[in-house]
Ligand binder design. Structure first.
Ligand code: IMP
Ligand code: MG
Length: 179
């Protein structure tokens, strides 16, 4: 399946599952190396990161504590500029290593704002791992320690990423075709 249509929008295949697998394995090796001797708290940002986080953590065999958080900022094809933390970490994170797993960094609004709320809680470290990143759209200088792939400024779906809750189940990543 090279093309799909959702609500009148056309998407074409962009990154296939084999390439995603290679990216995830590389990131898993990097993360494993980073956290030798530590037991980080891994914050998985729902819902878009689920396939990525699960594949990454199985691959890395990382001794960690898993926490799910839910933050919204996107509305359809655009960022709303404001974040809404629907589900946050409740436990004490003082002096703990924190690894945030995100599907995609776009303007950086989500992670920039959320990271500030974490810093107040005095963790030992905060590192970000994202599958994708759109550097040309970044509006904040956020430090992404582990980045799978930098992509151009086009809307993508699949492998957890959605367009209005469609496309999360796709094994490959698709890019919006601009007509
Ligand atoms: P940011 O706050 O602008 O960095 O946006 C980050 C969030 O917006 C991500 O967690 C995604 O949920 C969503 N997002 C950004 N770009 C895309 C995209 O191309 N496809 C699907 N979701 C996206
Ligand atoms: Mg999302």
């Amino acid at each position: 399946m090279n093309k799909i249509e959702i609500d009148g929008l056309h998407f074409i295949k962009y990154i296939d599952q084999k390439e995603i697998g290679q990216i995830v394995r590389r990131l898993a090796a990097d993360i494993k190396r980073e956290y030798v001797g530590s037991r980080p708290i891994v914050l998985i940002i729902l819902k878009g990161s689920i396939h990525f986080a699960s594949q990454l953590l199985l691959e890395a065999q990382l001794d960690s504590e898993l926490v799910f958080i839910k933050i919204n900022s996107y509305d359809g094809l655009d960022t709303s500029g404001k974040i809404n933390i629907e589900l946050d970490i409740a436990q004490n994170i003082e002096n703990r290593d924190i690894l945030i797993i995100e599907d995609i960094v776009d303007t950086g609004t989500t992670l920039h704002q959320y990271e500030m709320t974490l810093r107040d809680r005095k963790p030992k470290s905060i590192k970000i791992c994202t599958l994708l990143m759109k550097p040309s759209k970044l509006q904040y200088s956020i430090d992404v320690a582990f980045c799978g792939l930098e992509i151009e400024d086009k809307f993508v779906i699949g492998y957890g990423l959605d367009y209005n809750e469609h496309g999360r189940n796709l094994a490959d990543i698709y890019q919006l075709k601009q007509e």
